[in-house]
Design a protein around this ligand. Structure first.
Ligand code: SF4
Length: 76
């Protein structure tokens, strides 16, 4: 799907985005912790139950609910 972010897109690599948060390099991204993912991020613009939704940090491209990037912020 064209509106889904590619992991190798510059905007994604700049933030260390992975579709699968468990694939995040925790040494390179110490902010990552198990349990953090797009579905529970403030910038995820869908319902937590949506498998894909737009992300404000990634130019309105869709990210995976199970993904993660360094712009993650806890949903209030
Ligand atoms: Fe996922 Fe949040 Fe990063 Fe967007 S900002 S890719 S929703 S962790």
């Amino acid at each position: 799907q064209a509106n889904r972010i590619e992991e190798n897109a510059p905007a994604a690599t700049a933030l260390g985005y992975k579709h699968d948060a468990t694939k995040v390099d925790a040494k390179k991204y110490p902010a990552y912790a198990a349990g953090k993912n797009c579905a529970n991020c403030m910038l995820y613009q869908g319902k937590p139950t949506d498998a894909w939704a737009n992300c404000a940090a990634l130019g309105g491209k869709q990210v995976n609910a199970k993904g993660w990037c360094m712009a993650w912020a806890k949903k209030a």
